[in-house]
Design a protein around this ligand. Structure first.
Ligand SMILES: [Zn+2]
Ligand SMILES: [Zn+2]
Length: 73
């Protein structure tokens, strides 16, 4: 999965449980939003896989449709 820095759009590295942009020297945490209503999705962890659930009636959201955004830590 590509994680691009929201500031400089360079590829970020996964490091110690968060994403790190070497260019900006910033740490980001990944948030998943519903593509239909924009509300943060609930993460359901099962058997090593993660499913995303919209609590506003859109049900399970396929990872391909999830809108990821990155929040500065
Ligand atoms: Zn950056
Ligand atoms: Zn939704």
């Amino acid at each position: 999965m590509d994680a691009l820095c929201p500031v400089c759009t360079q590829q970020m590295n996964w490091q110690d449980g968060h994403f790190h942009c070497q260019t900006c020297n910033s740490d980001y945490r990944q948030l998943a939003d519903c593509p239909d209503c924009g509300v943060p999705l609930q993460e359901l962890k099962a058997c090593g896989a993660v499913d995303y659930l919209c609590q506003h009636g859109h049900g399970l959201i396929s990872k391909k449709r999830v809108k990821y955004r990155y929040q500065l830590l």
